[in-house]
Design a protein around this ligand. Structure first.
Ligand SMILES: Nc1ncnc2c1ncn2[C@@H]1O[C@H](COP(=O)(O)OP(=O)(O)OP(=O)(O)O)[C@@H](O)[C@H]1O
Ligand SMILES: [Mg+2]
Length: 275
């Protein structure tokens, strides 16, 4: 579990960005963090992954305080972060070189094994010997996810992982995120995209440096107006459910997929004898 306790943060010469923030990330969940542009989402991601140093408050990862210098090595591979633009993260041209350069102290066999296994998790194993410049943006992002996975983390922060990627590429990454959850990874998905909220078990809304809302997945369809009032674009399927409810048709969905919506509607109409 990750515990964020009384965390406040401001950049040099800036306003207070995070204002006494408190939240937990539970093992095995996908947690979405949403908020308007500039609300501090990426700042949270950078603090969690140790890119930014904490000045006030405490972050515990599995009860280990990340601010203590003596814990740095221990936590180094526990949490990894992937950013919006893979082009800014790529260092080497060759995929094998890119994935192996941070894997220090492992035998060549172990390195190959880690790389193969992480490429498999993002469905990119067949590209192992390719050069990164030959890949699409979505494929490059999958390589960036593999690079984090190769370090055997427990927690993965994805900071707007699909914002720059076309819709087919987005869907492939969504499936990878679902697969990673089912393999036991804990995922923090920082996002501005409505569809990514639907991947999450829980959504936190960041506003004025604080968590303004915490919404479990099953409650999402009851909170559409509230989310919109904070300037968050709501997934279309939630809009449909909300409109239907106002028209007296109350449907319960688990995954908020179109298929699920259609079968719930069919079920309801059959039960009520309408054709
Ligand atoms: N290195 C920095 N120095 C000074 N101010 C910064 C720095 N990085 C970010 N900020 C400011 O901190 C605030 C929060 O930025 P952050 O990138 O965390 O927001 P965000 O919610 O991720 O935004 P976006 O949706 O645009 O990605 C913004 O006002 C931003 O301009
Ligand atoms: Mg950001």
């Amino acid at each position: 579990m990750i515990s964020v306790k009384n965390v406040s943060f401001q950049y040099k010469n800036s306003n207070l960005i995070l204002d006494n923030l408190n939240f937990n990330v539970y093992e095995g969940e996908i947690l979405a963090i949403v908020g308007k542009n500039g609300s501090g989402k990426s700042t949270i991601g950078k603090l969690l992954s140790g890119i930014l140093k904490l000045k006030n408050g405490q972050i515990l990862i599995d009860h280990v305080d990340i601010s203590h210098k003596k814990n740095e090595a221990k936590l180094q591979d526990t949490i990894g972060i992937v950013f919006q633009n893979p082009e800014n993260q790529i260092i080497f041209n060759n995929i094998y070189d890119e994935l192996s350069f941070t894997l220090k102290g492992l035998s060549p066999n172990e390195v190959t094994q880690r790389i193969d296994s992480s490429l498999e998790k993002v469905n990119m194993l067949e590209f192992k010997n390719k050069d990164l410049y030959t890949l699409s943006l979505g494929q490059k992002q999958r390589i960036m996810i593999a690079e984090i996975l190769a370090k055997n983390p427990k927690y993965i922060v994805l900071d707007e992982p699909t914002t720059m990627i076309d819709s087919l590429g987005k869907e492939k990454i969504y499936q990878i995120i679902r697969d990673l959850k089912s393999q036991g990874y804990t995922i923090i998905c920082i996002t501005n995209l409505a569809d990514e909220i639907l991947l999450a078990d829980r959504t936190l809304l960041l506003n004025s440096g604080k968590i303004a809302l915490e919404i479990p997945k099953e409650e999402l369809c009851n909170q559409t107006e509230l989310l919109k009032s904070y300037g968050i674009k709501v997934p279309t399927i939630l809009e449909i459910l909300s409109e239907l409810r106002q028209a007296g048709i109350d449907l319960k969905l688990n995954d908020y997929t179109t298929t699920e919506l259609i079968s719930a509607l069919k079920g309801k109409y059959k039960n009520e004898g309408c054709h």
